[in-house]
Write a protein that binds this ligand. Structure first.
Ligand code: NAP
Ligand code: GLV
Length: 306
């Protein structure tokens, strides 16, 4: 069995070592243009040339959860596209979102600033029941985040494409319930996949429907957000702040206003990193399952886009 490794911005050697250990009978190598046919591919943002030269792939394994970069390519028609499900990312996402939420809710940035200026300050405690947290996307990551936020006794709302029932979460689904979801939310968390339906979903019209003093946490993809609309709503005072981990262009361009906006916290696409060992174990397990003729979880529905 041959496996082609084609991951941009990724040092190949430790991945190849890990796959050799997990699948000792497979031959795995970093892809070079003109290479012979592989059975499986392990990819992150590969070039179109890779797909064009590998028409015989049985499955393509993305080493992340989001497959938006792959949906822009022409894929070999018979190849299944398989994404990482959790692989250690869900707990990281829960940590990150709870950290951003609590930092905002408890005004920790303001206390830090006061302390820096030698001030022993007092702020009136905020009411938790007045800070409902709405999570867009209740998939592998969104569900784990909802559980974690629930643990801190915030009211939790969730919105998905299809109806769901999750303990402790007020669930909304589809276009018809989107307005009610937004109007009942003060802290909005985006954990949607980037698809034609969800692109620019955080625009002026939708963000204006959040409760006054709303807060935005975007940990999905930069193109879910209309940057200028966020800035306008922060400057008007309708929104209180935002924590942004993902951007339309990454790295975030040097002159982008997000870097210096006083109400925006920026992190470098780090909320949930791909963990190498967990990812190799998950992909190797799925390759063994496919080789045994069994179905695997995490196959992307190409029509839906996630
Ligand atoms: P997932 O399991 O596929 O979950 C996606 C969720 O979004 C599902 O609940 C789905 O609804 C919902 N959804 C999709 N389209 C929708 C629509 N049009 N309207 C309403 N809900 C919609 O994905 P995941 O593993 O949780 O990952 C989510 C995203 O997080 C990834 O696509 C990726 O972009 C991002 N991510 C970011 C980082 C980072 O470090 N910043 C790391 C990992 C992932 P249904 O349940 O009804 O299908
Ligand atoms: C990271 O952004 C991922 O999609 O896994």
């Amino acid at each position: 069995m041959r496996i082609a490794f084609c991951c941009s911005h990724t040092k190949a050697a430790p991945w190849l070592d890990g796959f050799h250990r997990a699948l000792p009978h497979a031959s795995i190598a970093e892809w070079m243009p003109g290479d012979s046919q592989a059975d499986y591919a392990v990819v992150w943002s590969p070039p179109q040339q890779f797909m064009d030269e590998q028409p015989g792939l049985k499955a393509i394994f993305n080493i992340g959860a989001g497959v938006d970069a792959l949906m822009k390519l022409r894929l070999p028609p018979q190849a299944r596209l398989v994404r990482i499900e959790d692989g250690g990312m869900a707990v990281q996402m829960a940590e990150y979102v709870c950290h951003a939420l609590i930092r905002h809710f408890r005004e920790l940035d303001c206390y830090e600033d006061d302390v820096r200026h030698g001030a022993w300050s007092y702020r009136k405690p905020r009411r938790r029941d007045e800070c409902p947290v709405g999570i867009m996307g209740l998939g592998v990551l969104g569900e784990r985040v909802a559980q974690a936020v629930n643990h801190f006794d915030f009211p939790v709302l969730g919105w998905s494409r299809t109806p769901k029932e999750l303990p402790g979460v007020r669930c909304f689904a589809g276009e018809a319930q989107f307005d009610a979801f937004l109007r009942a939310t003060r802290v909005l968390v985006c954990l949607l996949p980037l698809t034609p339906e969800t692109r620019e979903i955080m625009n002026a019209a939708n963000l204006s429907r959040l409760l006054p003093g709303g807060y935005v946490i975007n940990v999905a993809r930069g193109a879910h957000l209309v940057d200028e609309d966020l800035i306008a709503l922060l400057d008007s005072g309708h929104l209180a702040g935002a924590t942004l981990d993902v951007f339309r262009t990454e790295p975030l361009p040097e002159k982008h206003p997000f870097w210096t906006h006083p109400k925006i916290t920026v992190t470098p696409h780090t909320s949930a990193r791909t963990l190498r060992d967990e990812t190799i174990a998950q992909i190797a397990g799925k390759i063994r399952t496919l080789e045994a003729g069994e179905p695997v979880e995490g196959v992307v529905d190409l029509q839906r886009g996630y």
